[in-house]
Design a protein around this ligand. Structure first.
Ligand code: C2O
Length: 535
C-alpha cells in the first residue's frame, strides 16, 4: 500500500455560467474540484488550507474512517471548522474499500461548489468483478445558482420559507450546450466498439436526478463503492450523496448523443425543472451530423425511480459477500419529515418557519464538536436520549396531526461497540410527503426492506432481503413510504446521519450516533491529531 499526498487550497475563484459571473469557493480554483485517486488499503493524507473568508471543513463521503473519526469532516460533529488562514491534515486509510466516492465541504452551503470525486481502484493485480472497461471517466452532477448560495440560504432562514431552486443543473461543471451563453458543455469522446465506465456522482444540493444517454443502454455495476449484480437500464436514479458506476459500450453508429441529468421529484413543493446536458461524441463524427436527443423522464416518474431502486442487489459473491447482520440488538424506527415551528420574526411566513426533524427532534448544532466533547468528556454539549422510536406514533403517511411543531435538542443515540442495528426510516406527510436521501457517516448499511405507506413491524420484516440487499451509505426514503437498513456498529466515534438534501439538513433533519469504544485491541478511536482545529 502507498501513502497518497494531496494539497487542497480552498480559494475563491470568479466563475461564469448562464451569462453571468460570480466568485465561488473552490478547491485549487476548480469546479468541480480535483479527483482524489488511490487504491484499496492506501493511506491518504490531504492538507486542507483555508484561504477564504468562511470557516471550512471537508467530508470524505462514504470513506469508513475506521477509528479515524477525527478525519470525517462534518463541522461541529467530528471537528471544529478550519478557520480562515488555518489548515488541517486529514489522514485516513481506505481499509477494504474500493470504488467511487466523493468529497465535499461539510459546513454552510459551501458544498455547492466545493466537491470532487474519490476514485479508489482495487488493490494492484485485483480485477474488477466484471469485464474491464477500455476507459473510465468521472461525471459529477451538480447545481448552479446565479446568485450567492450562502445569501440564498440565509435569506430563506430569515423568511422561514423554502430557498430558491437552482438556475441550472451541471455535468462536470457545465449546464450544457442547450443552456444560455453555453460554451458547449462537457463532451466525452468515445471510440466506436470500446467500453467506458462512467463514475457518476450526485453532488447537487437539493435534487435527486435521473441520468440518461440517448440511444445507449447503461449497465450498473457499483453503487456507493460497493459492487452490485450487474443489470441493464436506460435510466439511472441517483440521489444527492450517492455514486453509481455504469458501463456503456460505444456500440451505436458514429455521432453525437446527448447525456441528460434531470430532476426526480414527486413532491409538490419547490419544483425544479432544470436539465443539464452533455455530449457523448464518437470519433470520426462529421460536424454536420445532428445530435441524437433523448426525452427525460417526467419530474414525478415514480415508477421509473422504483424500477431502478428495485433492481439493485449486492453482488454477494464469494470474494465480495454481503455480510448482513442477522441478529438485531437495536430495533429503531425513525420518522423523517418536515414540520412547522413558531417564528415571530419570520416574514412573510406569518410567524412560522419550516423545520425538519427525526422522531420529532429538530437537531440543534452544538458550538463544540461532538466527537471532542465525547472523547474529552466535556459536559453540557449533547445528551444521549435521542428517541429510538417516535415519541407519539400517528398515521405517518395519513392526514397531518394538528400540532406540527417539533422539539429541538442536540441528542445522540448511543450504541455499544459491535452491536447491530436495524433502522426503519419512515417518511411523514406532515407538510407533504417527500423523498429523503438519508446518509449515514462512518458505516455502510444494507437496505433490507422498502415499502409504501406506514411500516408494519408485524408483517414487513417477513419480506426483508437478508441475502443480497444492496449495501450503501446513502438511501432514498421513498415519498410516503419507508426503508429498513441494517448495520454493525463496528466503528467507535460520533457519526452524523442526515438528509442529503441540503435544505432539509439546514432545517434540522439530522442526528448522530455515538458508538462507544470496544474493550479489545484496535477497538478504540485513535488519539486526536495534534493539529485538530479548535472551536
Ligand atoms: Cu455527503 Cu454528511 O455528507
Amino acid at each position: 500500500c502507498r501513502v497518497r499526498h494531496y494539497k487542497f487550497d480552498v480559494v475563491t475563484k470568479n466563475t461564469s455560467r448562464l451569462c453571468s459571473s460570480k466568485p465561488i469557493v473552490t478547491v485549487n480554483g476548480k469546479f468541480p474540484g480535483p479527483t482524489v485517486y488511490a487504491r484499496e488499503d492506501d493511506t491518504v493524507l490531504i492538507r486542507v488550507v483555508n484561504k477564504v473568508k468562511y470557516n471550512v471543513s471537508i467530508h470524505w463521503h462514504g470513506i469508513r474512517q475506521l477509528r479515524t473519526g477525527w478525519s470525517d469532516g462534518p463541522a461541529y460533529i467530528t471537528q471544529c471548522p478550519i478557520r480562515p488562514g488555518h489548515s488541517f491534515l486529514y489522514n485516513f486509510t481506505l481499509t477494504g474499500q474500493r470504488g467511487t466516492l466523493w468529497w465535499h465541504a461539510h459546513i454552510l452551503w459551501l458544498r455547492a461548489t466545493v466537491h470532487g470525486a474519490i476514485v479508489i481502484l482495487p488493490k494492484l493485480g485485483v480485477p474488477y468483478p466484471f469485464p474491464k472497461p477500455d476507459h473510465e471517466a468521472v461525471l459529477i452532477l451538480a447545481e448552479w445558482w446565479k446568485s450567492d448560495t450562502e445569501a440564498i440560504i440565509n435569506e430563506a432562514l430569515k423568511s422561514g420559507l423554502a430557498p430558491n431552486v437552482s438556475d441550472a443543473h451541471t455535468i462536470n461543471g457545465h449546464p450544457g450546450p442547450l443552456a444560455n451563453c453555453s460554451t458547449g458543455g462537457f463532451r466525452l469522446g468515445v471510440e466506436p466498439g470500446k467500453t467506458y465506465m462512467l463514475r457518476l456522482v450526485n453532488a447537487a444540493l437539493n435534487e435527486e436526478l435521473f441520468f440518461r444517454i440517448a440511444g445507449h443502454t447503461l449497465t450498473v455495476v457499483e453503487v456507493d463503492a460497493t459492487y452490485v449484480k450487474p443489470f441493464k437500464t436506460d435510466t439511472v436514479l441517483i440521489a444527492p450523496g450517492q455514486t453509481t458506476n455504469v458501463i456503456v459500450s460505444a456500440d451505436q453508429s458514429a455521432g453525437r448523443y446527448m447525456l441528460t441529468a434531470s430532476t426526480f421529484m414527486d413532491s409538490p413543493i419547490a419544483v425544479d425543472n432544470n436539465t443539464a446536458t452533455a455530449t457523448l461524441h464518437y470519433s470520426g463524427t462529421l460536424s454536420s451530423t445532428p445530435t441524437v436527443l433523448t426525452a427525460t423522464p417526467p419530474l414525478n416518474a415514480t415508477p421509473v425511480a422504483n424500477k431502478f431502486t428495485n433492481s439493485l442487489r449486492a453482488l454477494n459473491s464469494a470474494k465480495y459477500p454481503a455480510n448482513v447482520p442477522l441478529k438485531v440488538d437495536h430495533s429503531l424506527l425513525f420518522t423523517v419529515g418536515l414540520g412547522i415551528n413558531p417564528c415571530p420574526s419570520c416574514k412573510p411566513a406569518n410567524g412560522s418557519r419550516v423545520v425538519a426533524s427525526i422522531n420529532n427532534v429538530t437537531f440543534v448544532m452544538p458550538k463544540i464538536a461532538l466527537l471532542q466533547a465525547h472523547v474529552f468528556n466535556i459536559p453540557g454539549v449533547f445528551t444521549t436520549d435521542f428517541p429510538g422510536n417516535p415519541p407519539a406514533p400517528f398515521n405517518y403517511t395519513g392526514p397531518p396531526p394538528s400540532n406540527l411543531a417539533t422539539s429541538s435538542g442536540t441528542k445522540l443515540y448511543r450504541l455499544a461497540y459491535n452491536s447491530t442495528v436495524q433502522l426503519v426510516l419512515q417518511d411523514t406527510g406532515i407538510i407533504a410527503p417527500e423523498n429523503h436521501p438519508l446518509h449515514l457517516h462512518g458505516f455502510n448499511f444494507f437496505a433490507v426492506g422498502r415499502g409504501l405507506g406506514n411500516y408494519n413491524p408485524n408483517v414487513d420484516p417477513k419480506n426483508f432481503n437478508l441475502v443480497d440487499p444492496v449495501e450503501r451509505n446513502t438511501i432514498g426514503v421513498p415519498s410516503g413510504g419507508w426503508v429498513a437498513i441494517r448495520f454493525r456498529a463496528d466503528n467507535p466515534g460520533v457519526w452524523f446521519m442526515h438528509c442529503h438534501l441540503e435544505v432539509h439538513t439546514t432545517w434540522g433533519l439530522k442526528m448522530a450516533f455515538l458508538v462507544d469504544n470496544g474493550s479489545g485491541p484496535n477497538e478504540s478511536i485513535l488519539p486526536p491529531p495534534s493539529d485538530l482545529p479548535k472551536c
